[in-house]
Structure formats: C-alpha cells, structure tokens
Design a protein around this ligand. Structure first.
Ligand code: BES
Ligand code: ZN
Length: 395
C-alpha cells in the first residue's frame, strides 16, 4: 500500500513537471545575435535590456542548448552567451559593458537602412556573365606579380576597363597610382559627390605563386583575387549604367602588391590618412567566387570594424535574404582591410568561405575559374552586397 502511494505521488510530481511552465534563465548575448535568435525561438525568449552591443535576454531553459549550438554554427562562437543566476548579477554585468563602451568611438556613419527603393533595382542588374569575363581576362595573364611585366600590363588593363565604363561621366576619373618601390601601379576610380565623405570598395589586383622565379611563375589568381576585381568592376558598371549619382565620394580601388605584405594599400591608406581624408566606410573584396562552406558569406571579425560588420549583416538580411552568412576570423591581417583598419578607418571583409574551408589552390597555378565550375554564381552575391553597401552608406 505504502509503495503504491509512493508511485502515485511520484507520477503526479512528474506530470506536474511536464505541464509546468519551463524555467526562465537570464543571459547576456551580443546584440548582433538577438534578431537571429528571435526568429528561431519566438515566444521562448524576451529582450529585457540592451546596452551598447550587449542584450540582456530572458529565455526558456530548454532553449539554451539549441542557442549554444546555433551560436557555434552561425557566429563561430563557443557558447556565445553568458548565463546569470540573478537579475542583479545580469545588470551588474551589462552595466560594466556600458562603462567600457563609453570610451568606444562613435559610429562612422548612419547605419539605418533607408534606400530600399534605390538598392532593389540595382541589385537586379548584376550579371554573372560580366564577372566571369573579367575573371577570365585577368587570369589569362601569366601572373600579376608586382614586379613582373604582366603584373604591370594587368593593372593597365583594369584601368582601361574601368575608364571605358565611365567615359560619359564628367564626375568620374581613373588614376594609375604609382608606387616608388616597384613597377605595378594601383588603380583608383573616383566618382565625386557633393561631399568629401568617402566610401571605398577595394581588392588587390596582384597574384602570386611559387617561391623562386615568381616573376615567371604561372599564377592565374582567378579566385585570389581576379574574383574581387571582377566583382568591383560589375559594381561600377551597374552604378554607372543605372545613372547613380552619389552624394558622397565613391572610390573603387585595385591594390598593387598585396601578396607581398599589403604594400600597395598600406601606402594609399597612409597617404589618405595624412591628407585627413574623411573615409566613412571601406569594404574589402578579396576572394569572392569559391563557395567552400555551407555559409555563403563570412564576415571576418579581426582587423575590421564590428559596427560596420553588423551593418553589413543587416544589408544581407534585408536585400539578400536567401544568402546565408556568419562570422569567422582570419587570425592575422590577411588582406588590405588591415591597412585601412590600421589607419583607424572602418573596414570590413566579407569573405567567400569559413577560414577552415578556404580554397586550397590559391597561390598556385591551379587557381583557375574551373575551380568555380567556370561561372561566377558566388561572386554575384558579393556584387549585390557591395552595391547595397555603397548606396545605403551614400544615403
Ligand atoms: N586572399 C588572401 C587572404 C586570405 C586567404 C584570406 C585565405 C582568407 C583565407 C591574400 O591574398 C593573401 O594571400 N594574404 C597573405 C597575407 C599578406 C599579409 C601577405 C596570406 O594570407 O598569406
Ligand atoms: Zn593571396
């Protein structure tokens, strides 16, 4: 008798537990992950407070495990949140962030999205075929090494191509930016606006392979980085053909000598800084056409500006909702964004894959467009993203 009573009370207890409301937990989480988590968990989570880049969230205990999994998948963060056992503890933690953020610099631009009517039609104009043609042309040079004759010829070809796109525009000019220590120039296309505020989209134009004899080595550099230059070329074409007139000044850059230590971009960024240039945003496009990961676009978080990175995340969510994206790190100053970041300008680098899934054929004779099945499907996403970046920052 006693035993059966025990069983009844135990099963009552269990069933009560099943129907009881799940217990609530308090966590703090980076605000960039909140929108995304909201979609996933709906009723199971509620934002309590937001300070700087951190949000205090009340969430059902049973959703925590999945959150941690998603944070790892999408943001490459282990866990990705901090668990607090009381409201006091959570508030103390978030207020400490508030103090730290006080010293943080103000954003460089207004990151609200206000130009949907202009961005949407422009995005529709992006042509994969145009991107493919430029990749094929640039990878047909034996190499684009900073010291080689073909490296010089390739830079000249880019400047002529860009000049041909803006022949009817009196507000646009193309310049070969000469570097004193080597023969390959950088290429800069400027579309002047009414204001001095400047938006830059760039990528390196050189390529490299081998160790000895690099001046003669076969370095097609189709992905690294003919893809980035071809993506930028298509951004320029769409802006000009749709007669886009910027209010701010736009600069498109093909950097020389990146592969030997970011040399071209370092000189340009240092010179512009010395001149007091008012640069409000820089996007680096280096490797855009090899889809190595499940994620389409990966934002590098090191040597970049996190506020601008989050802005680019909002561009992706709004204008390219079928394109998946996340975050990763290079682990070092892996491309020209680091030159701008080093001068205190806000730079971002949306990349073609997670670092671990990177294209293993770069810096070899095998870096050809065939690695991307001969087309530019992946790079076209970056051209659309670049267009939305330019137009939204300009407005
Ligand atoms: N496109 C690469 C950078 C890269 C490679 C980024 C793989 C992410 C994954 C770039 O052209 C490059 O090769 N950079 C150099 C560093 C530079 C300071 C010489 C590199 O990564 O070795
Ligand atoms: Zn490279």
């Amino acid at each position: 008798m006693k035993n059966s009573l025990k069983w009844i009370s135990l099963s009552l207890l269990l069933s009560a537990n099943i129907f009881a409301a799940p217990s609530k937990k308090l966590i703090t989480i980076d605000s960039d992950a909140v929108n995304f988590s909201n979609k996933l968990f709906g009723q199971k989570m509620k934002a309590v407070k937001k300070v700087g880049g951190i949000s205090l969230i009340e969430i059902d205990e049973d959703a925590l495990l999945q959150l941690s999994h998603e944070m790892h998948e999408k943001f490459n963060r282990c866990g990705g949140y901090m668990l607090h056992d009381s409201l006091e503890d959570a508030l103390a933690s978030i207020n400490a962030v508030e103090k730290r953020n006080f010293a943080k610099s103000a954003p460089f631009a207004d990151y609200a999205l206000t130009a949907e009517d202009e961005v949407t039609p422009l995005i529709g104009q992006v042509s994969e075929k145009n991107i493919t043609n430029v990749i094929k042309k640039l990878s047909s040079y034996r190499n684009r090494y900073y010291k080689s004759e073909t490296g010089l010829q390739a830079a000249k070809w880019i400047s002529e191509k860009w000049a041909s796109l803006v022949t009817n525009r009196s507000d646009a000019s193309v310049e070969l930016y000469q570097h004193a220590r080597w023969k390959q120039p950088s290429v800069i296309l400027t579309i002047k606006g009414e204001s001095e505020e400047t938006i830059i989209v760039g990528g390196h134009l050189d390529s490299i392979a081998g160790f000895w004899g690099r001046e003669r080595a076969h370095a097609p550099g189709a992905d690294d980085n003919a893809s980035g230059i071809a993506t930028i070329t298509e951004i320029i074409r769409v802006l000009v053909e749709t007669d886009f007139k910027p209010t701010k000044t736009l600069k498109f850059m093909g950097y020389a000598a990146e592969e030997v230590g970011l040399l071209g971009s370092k000189e340009i960024a240092a010179e512009m800084k010395a001149e007091g240039a008012n640069i409000i945003g820089v996007m680096q496009l280096d490797m855009t056409n090899f889809k190595g990961s499940d994620l389409d676009i990966v934002m590098m978080t090191d040597y970049t500006n996190q506020q601008q990175n989050e802005f680019i995340g909002t561009l992706l969510d709004k204008y390219l909702p079928t394109v998946s994206w996340g975050y990763d790190r290079c682990g070092y100053g892996c491309s020209d964004h680091a030159s701008w970041h080093g001068q205190g300008y806000p730079a971002s680098m949306p990349f073609e894959a997670k670092k671990n899934d990177m294209n293993n054929n770069i810096h070899t004779s095998r870096d050809t467009i065939e690695q991307s099945r001969g087309g530019s499907n992946h790079a076209a996403k970056f051209a659309k993203l670049g267009l939305s970046f330019v137009v939204e920052l300009d407005r």
